[in-house]
Every structure is written in C-alpha cells, then in structure tokens.
Design a binder for this molecule. Structure first.
Ligand code: ZN
Length: 230
C-alpha cells in the first residue's frame, strides 16, 4: 500500500465532501488503499467511520480517498486507529507484498504485533479478496470487485514495460514508464516489478502525486516512517 503525505493539516471541511479536491491535489486521484486510479466518484474516506465518530466527521486528519470497493468493505463500527496500519501515518509499503496474479500478501518479515495489524487492515479493506482459494485468509471477491484483476493487469503492463526497457534503455523511455504507471495507479505493483531498478523506483515515487518520500531511502528502498508504527 502506497504511503502518502497529506501535507499540513487543512482543518475542518463542512460538508466533508468539500475535501475531495484538496485531497486529490495532495495525494493524487488514487484509492488510498487498493491504489487504483479512479476516474470519477472517488470518495472522501473516513478512517474512523463517520457514523460512529461524529466529532471526526469533518476533520482533514481523518480523511483519505477511496474507491467504492474499499469503502464498502470497511463499513461502520468502533475502530481504534492503532489496531490498523494507515497509508498517511505508517509506511504501509512495508506491510504488504504483491505478486503477478494480483494477490496481496502480508509481508513475512513483519514482527508479530505488526503482522496482526496488517492482517486486520487487509481484512477490513477486502484486500484479501482474490479467487485463489488455496491461500489462508483469502475471500472470494464479489462480481463487482475487480481489484485483484486490475492488479494482475497492472503487473502484466509493468512487465511489458520492463521487457521493453531491456531492449532499449533511454532516459525518455524511463520517464515515460513512470508517466504510464502514474496515469493508471497501482504504485506498489510497479514498484515490485521494478524492484531491481532503483532509477525507475525513484521516478515512480516522484511521479505518483503525494507519495511520502520520507518512507524511502535514496535508492528507492522502503524505510520506517518517522513517527509511524512501521
Ligand atoms: Zn480501493
């Protein structure tokens, strides 16, 4: 999950929907959780559900952006922020791994307490939805949930770009790869496919609006976030 930087606290938005454009400007038109680029109807997402936390309903600090799939899975109910991992406060790139089939897995290198938080985050957002029934914890996606498929398609696209780069490697082509990626989202998939190419990784970090740059070192490798849980 791409770690994002929402910038300075912008305070109160009433109605909360007014925060949509400032959020898009700050962190790009991507779902904060599944990372898809959302052409329309991107929702202002409340980290703590607005029904249950009325006093946080209008606060910038409680906002992210999400697609309808990630939003609907979350629902309502009491939620302790520290029980989960969040892309605006943690380095969530360290929490999950991505593969060629569109699966999201919990990083095996996490300590147990963070693994439990990553697991809850994965479940509540439905990031565990994938038709593969062989993996423990996976749920069957609904017909309307194509997130896994979009991840798989992004992987294939990124791989084609990587193969093309092996044939002809120019600065222009490298720049174009980052641009292509940023047009459709799926930051983590692209970062994973280009795992061994620090130059492309740095371009992706820069090109995706609002990526938290303090979550990566000079070679584009993820590092712990200052003040975060990981
Ligand atoms: Zn989403």
């Amino acid at each position: 999950m791409r770690p994002v930087d929402k910038g300075p606290d912008q305070g109160v938005f009433n109605p909360y929907q007014d925060a949509q454009q400032p959020l898009v400007k700050q962190i790009g038109e991507y779902c904060s959780y599944c990372e898809r680029w959302i052409a329309s109807a991107i929702h202002v997402e409340h980290k703590r559900p607005k029904k249950d936390y009325d006093n946080e309903k209008l606060l910038w600090t409680n906002f992210l952006l999400s697609c309808s799939n990630c939003n609907s899975g979350k629902g309502s109910g009491k939620l302790e922020l520290m029980d989960y991992l969040w892309p605006d406060t943690d380095n969530t790139f360290l929490a999950f791994s991505y593969d060629s089939e569109g699966r999201i897995l919990i990083s095996s290198s996490l300590p147990d307490n963070l693994k439990a938080k990553a697991y809850r985050t994965w479940k509540i957002l439905g990031l565990n939805c994938h038709p593969d029934e062989s993996i423990a914890g996976f749920d069957e996606p609904t017909d309307k949930d194509k997130r896994w498929l979009h991840r798989r398609q992004a992987w294939q696209k990124a791989l084609r770009q990587k193969q093309g780069l092996a044939v002809l490697d120019t600065t222009e082509r490298r720049d174009s790869i980052a641009e292509t990626a940023a047009e459709r989202g799926m930051f983590s998939v692209w970062m994973t496919v280009f795992n061994d190419d620090p130059d492309i990784r740095k371009r992706l970090i820069k090109r995706f609006t609002g990526t938290a740059i303090n979550c990566f070192d000079e070679e584009g490798n993820p590092i712990s976030r200052f003040g975060g849980q990981l």
